[in-house]
Each structure stands twice: as C-alpha cells, then as structure tokens.
Ligand binder design. Structure first.
Ligand SMILES: Nc1ncnc2c1ncn2[C@@H]1O[C@H](COP(=O)(O)OP(=O)(O)OP(=O)(O)O)[C@@H](O)[C@H]1O
Length: 659
C-alpha cells in the first residue's frame, strides 16, 4: 500500500519550543524589535522613492517607553505600519517574513538595507513577555489602524484601534522574572551594545541613545583622518591612537564593509583574542570574529559588517563555511595591499610603524602562504649600513586606491636624515654580493653583541638586527625560503674577511718551532684550564688593533640554535650559557702580544712559576672574563671572582710600576 502525505506540525507544541530555544540570550529581543522598527522606517523611504507614497515622511524616529507601573516596555516607530491583512500575514504566521518579498519588489533602491530575513525576530519578544500587543497604522491610503494582542498561547486577537499616526507600537508586558528590562540604564546599555550604529535615532527617556552614524558604511572619500581616528577612539576609549587603518568596501562576490585598524601592540594584549566587532547591517552581532579574520590579523581592531556571514550557527560551522573563508582571504589581501602601498609610497611612515607592524607581518608570512607572497619584500630589518640615499627619504604620500578604500598613516613625519636605516633581505643580499655573497650576518641583542657588531661594521660587513621576539622563528623560516643563503649570528663564527690570515703563521721561537699563535693558545689553555672550551687564535683585521677586542667568545650557530630550540620546547628561558664555546684570542691586539713576553719573563720560583708568569695567567683569565661579559653578563659568583681578580691584577701592576 502506498500513501503520500505531509508531515504536520502542531503549533501549540512547537510554539513553546520556539519561544524558549530560539535565542540563548533573552536580551536580544530588544535588538530584534528595534531592527523591525528600523526596517519599517527604511521600507517607508523605499516606498516613497518608488513614488507609491506621497505623504509626509516626518523625521524618522524610534521611541522606547518604559512603564514600571504597568510593567510594560514599548517600542514605537513612524515607519510603514501594517494593515490588518499584513498583521495577519506577517505577525501571525511564524517564520513568514515580508522582507524577501519587499526587497524583491523594491530592489532597484540599494541604499536602504533591510535587516530582517527569517520572520522569527518578532517572536523573540515572547521570551520575556506574558503579553505582546501591536498597535499599527499602515501608510496606505484609507488604511485602518489595528490592534493585535497575544498572551503567548497560539490564540491572538485582532481588533480595530483608535490610533491616528502612521507607524507601529509594539508593547510588551514583561514577565515577573524579566523586570530588569524596565530599568533605563539596562535598556540604554542594550541599545548602545546592539543598536548604536543603526541609521535611525533611538530615543529613551527623552534623549537619543544611539550614535546612529556608521562610518564604515560611508564612502572612504567622505571620511577624513580625523573621522577615522575619532571612530577608533569611540570604539576603544583610552587607548593609544592606531598606527593606520584599512577601509573594507566590497559588494562582490560577497558584501563586506568595515574599518580595520592596526593598533600599537602592547605586551599585555592577548593576540589570540579578537577585538573586532562583527555587525550585520549595522546591527551588532558579536565581539568575537576569530573565525572571520585570519589568525595573524586577530590583533587588529575595528568593525566588520557583512550580511554574508551566517549568524546563529556554531563556530565550527562558521570556520568551514566557504564564504567566510573567502572573506578572511579577502581581508588578508586588503591588508597586504595596504602595507604594500604604504611601503611603496611612504617608506618613512612604514618604517616608523614597523616595530608594531613587523610582528603582524612576519607572523602572517609564517602562517599564510598567499600573504607571504604579498609581503615578502616588505619585511625589513634595521641594518648597520648607511643608506642615506635610499628611498627612506621619500616624502609622505597619502594613498587612495581605485576601489575607493581609504588608507592613512597617523604618525607625524619624522626627519629621514641619519637613520636608523632599514633594508629588506633582497636588497641586503644584492648590496653585499661582492663582499659576502649569500651570507647574512645578524645580531639578536644589540647591547650584548655590540662588540661583535662593531667588528663586522669596521670591516665593512653589513649586519642586520633581528631582535624582535618573533625573529628566532623567523630566521629559520628565512633559511627555508632562501636555501642558498647562510645566516650567521655575529657571535657565531668570524668570517674570513675579519681575519688577517698571513700574520698568524709567523714562527717566533726558532728553538721550539712554535708560532706566536701556538704560544698564546697554550698560555690561555693553561691559565683557563677548561676542557670544554676551544681556544682559537686569530689576528683580527683592523687599522687600529687597540680598537678591536683582545678576545671574543664565539657560540657556534648550530649549537646555539639547538639550545634555543630545547629551551623553547621545555618552555624555559635560555638561562645557562653553554660550556662548549670558543674563545677567540686576537693575536693582533697589543695586550695579547705583551702577554707572551710577560709569561716568559722574570725569575722562576719554587712553585715553577715566575711572578710575571702568574700575572700573565691572571690576565688571561681576566681577558676571558671580559669577553664573556661582553656576551652575556655574569651571575653572582662570576661577578665576585671577577671583582676580586681585578683588584689582584691592579695591585700587582701597581707593585710592578712602583718597584
Ligand atoms: N515595526 C514594524 N513595522 C512594520 N512591520 C513590521 C514591524 N515589525 C514586524 N513587522 C512585519 O512582520 C514581519 C515579521 O517580523 P519578524 O521580526 O518576525 O521577522 P523579520 O524581521 O522579517 O526577520 P528576522 O527573523 O530576521 O527578524 C516583518 O517582515 C515585517 O513585515
């Protein structure tokens, strides 16, 4: 037997479910009713534009009235109103929205946006009310005012109303447990949260509560820098001004409007939490748009408004939604474009913002292949090279792209003379091709590595500062990108160009056939007695040997990286300085040269050591300590030994001088 039919739903059963579960938050009933009122006003404008209404539109307004005695909250608008037929059709049929029909009919007028879609919003009022009444008069000529009321059951009453003004008033008699919605501050807060940027004034207690203007809906050409800044300060009061902003403005293949700002990054900012506000047709939806914005742009702030982001769906659904993913890509692309424009047109402003921007950009390049391609040439590093004639001297330019999206920089122009200078990696490699091809020398801590940097600089080797916290990862990333290039930290090893090769091989002692280097090496080995320490002797190149350090500590690049990685994996700070390192003794330095003669001079005593030999030992230890100190500083014990020995050495030297 074959039977076909329709599944039937009994409204008495489904209605309580809708009331209870439609929205998890009761407070959003207000957003829904105000959205309906805004829609009603927009619709009247559309009808009037279409020439179907010639009466007086009046000043559009929405009025919220609270009556504590009656326990009622009512929302009035002077919009399009409804006829009895329309009330029956739209209000009494759940999930029957007029919006679709209406937009279809009047779609030629794109300016006015209708918020409603599903035909459910009105029913959210039953979440907080024991009775809902609608009093309405349609704009249509000869329309009669009607009064509809319902106590939350499926039965309603519809009768004529004495109302004489066009528009609609929805009156809610609040349930006993929902009386918080009779308090002016509570309602004001809700209007501010959800309806602040709705395009119609919303009055409460005789004053307008909402800001009304939504700058992101404006054409960028209508907005000044001050407008953008003012809006930022409004959204994020008591914060420093942003570095720059991007105005999103597209309606194909999806609709996205918004203004995103690059804030100044403060260490206390949690970069995993978004502070971007999500809107749908100027109605606030959520403070969390983690799914809509690419991860690396989460620290950005501002507003995204899109009707193409599905609402009321789970986060995982949102994450996997194709349109949402494309919107995220679009945002990343827009941000990349803006950065490129700034780099090209106002290098100075770009450099000024780099300290904050750099983290975003590098993090983005690490995480997103497409974004990396866009920004790879904009990633800049401070350099020791003097680039006075570079494009850093270009004048500041204000950029306006074809799409009309706006873009500004905020910081005032600074002088470009004298540096600091910045370069990207390509320029660096190109500039140093002849001198050290495919080698990048970098410094991660300016203070601790200053003597190394100086040494490189003196020999005309350009050093890049990779000292941002993200740079440890970024160096490895660059190595994967530039497979031919070798990256070495300034203290890792000394490049051949820094060493005077010829001088180290001179034989100074014909009896033992030892070179000076070998003598010095032995001297240090004996004095320091550290089996894990490698002692290497080289003559550092310099016009003024006194200006170079007598000794330096070197940490092999691979060993250091391994240690950094282990520390990272254990989530520890790199606390200990590794025992395996190299002490490079500079045989060109006069102090080191004097040491050999000092160690050999004087009368040998019972201990097998002459006083000057002892002094030479102490000085070796001292030279080593000084080299360590330049690299890492001391712990308490090291400091104590150092001070004690300093006093001892000075005493002996004064004895010698006096004697
Ligand atoms: N203040 C009002 N003035 C005129 N018509 C209204 C008003 N409030 C509701 N309506 C009519 O009732 C219909 C249903 O409203 P409801 O809020 O349930 O759904 P919606 O606004 O269309 O969609 P959504 O569920 O997205 O809010 C609306 O489409 C509109 O035609």
């Amino acid at each position: 037997m074959l039977e076909t039919g329709n599944i039937s739903i009994h409204t008495e059963n489904i209605f309580p479910i809708i009331k209870k579960w439609l929205y998890s938050d009761h407070e959003i009933f207000l957003r829904e009713l105000i959205s309906n009122a805004v829609d009603a006003i927009q619709k009247l404008k559309m009808v009037s534009h279409a020439g179907e209404f010639s009466g007086d539109l009046g000043e559009p307004a929405i009025q919220i009235t609270l009556d504590k005695e009656q326990k009622t909250l009512s929302i009035s608008d002077n919009g399009i109103g409804m006829t009895a037929e329309e009330v029956k059709k739209y209000i009494t049929q759940v999930a029957f929205s007029s919006a679709e029909e209406f937009v279809q009919k009047y779609k030629s007028n794109q300016d006015q946006q209708i918020i409603g879609h599903f035909g459910l919003g009105f029913y959210s009022s039953f979440m907080v009310s024991s009775r809902v009444e609608v009093d309405t008069l349609s704009y249509r000529e000869g329309a009669e005012a009607v009064h509809w009321s319902c106590d939350g059951s499926t039965a309603f009453q519809l009768e004529s109303s004495p109302r004489t003004t066009r528009g609609t008033t929805v009156t809610l008699t609040l349930q006993e447990e929902e009386l918080e919605y009779l308090e002016v501050p509570r309602i004001r807060q809700l209007v501010k949260t959800y309806c602040d940027f709705m395009p119609v004034p919303i009055q409460l207690d005789g004053e307008q509560v909402n800001r009304q203007k939504a700058p992101w809906k404006d054409a960028p050409s209508n907005l000044t820098s001050e407008d953008y800044l003012e809006f930022y300060r409004y959204l994020y009061p008591f914060q420093e001004d942003p570095l720059l902003w991007v105005h999103l403005n597209t309606d194909y293949p999806f609709i996205v409007n918004g203004i995103l700002y690059f804030p100044k990054l403060r260490p206390e900012v949690d970069v995993t939490k978004s502070q971007i506000k999500l809107f749908c047709n100027q109605v606030f939806v959520s403070d969390h748009c983690e799914e809509v914005v690419p991860k690396f742009l989460l620290p950005m702030r501002g507003v995204i408004d899109s009707t193409d982001i599905p609402l009321n769906v789970s986060r995982s659904f949102l994450q996997n939604d194709r349109t949402v993913r494309r919107i995220a890509d679009y945002i990343a692309k827009k941000v990349g474009d803006r950065l490129k424009e700034l780099y090209r047109d106002d290098r100075e402003a770009f450099i000024r913002s780099w300290q904050d921007l750099g983290t975003f950009v590098k993090f983005g390049a690490l995480n997103d292949e497409k974004f990396k391609k866009q920004v790879e040439d904009l990633i800049i590093f401070r350099t020791t090279a003097n680039l006075t004639t570079s494009s850093a001297e270009m004048p500041a330019v204000e950029v306006q792209s074809e799409g009309g999206d706006a873009w500004e920089t905020v910081t005032p122009a600074a002088s470009s003379s004298g540096g600091p200078f910045y370069t990207n990696l390509k320029e660096y490699l190109e500039r140093n091709k002849a001198h050290h091809e495919n080698r990048v020398f970098y410094c991660t801590e300016e203070v601790n590595q200053s003597s190394y940097v100086q040494l490189h600089k003196n020999q005309g080797i350009e050093v890049l500062f990779m000292d941002a916290f993200i740079d440890t990862h970024f160096v490895s990333f660059l190595e994967r990108e530039y497979t031919d290039v070798k990256f070495s930290r300034v203290d890792a090893d000394l490049d051949d160009t820094l060493i005077e090769k010829d001088k180290t091989g001179e034989i100074v002692d014909p009896k033992t056939n030892k070179t000076r280097s070998e003598q010095i090496q032995e001297l240090f080995q004996k004095a320091l007695n550290k089996p894990k320490l490698t002692i290497r002797t080289e003559a550092l190149k310099s016009d003024n040997p006194q200006g170079t350090p007598p000794a330096m500590v070197l940490l092999p690049e691979t060993l250091r990286r391994l240690q950094e990685m282990t520390a990272l994996m254990r989530q520890e700070q790199l606390a200990q300085f590794p025992d395996e390192h190299t002490l490079l003794v500079n045989t060109a330095h006069p102090l080191i040269q004097n040491l050999t003669s000092l160690s050999q001079g004087g009368i040998i005593q019972g201990s097998g050591e002459s006083p000057s030999g002892e002094l030479a030992n102490l000085i070796c230890q001292h030279v080593y300590d000084l080299a360590l100190m330049a690299q890492k500083g001391f712990d308490a014990e090291g400091m104590q030994t150092f001070v004690e020995r300093s006093n001892q050495v000075l005493t002996r030297l004064t004895e010698r001088a006096a004697g």
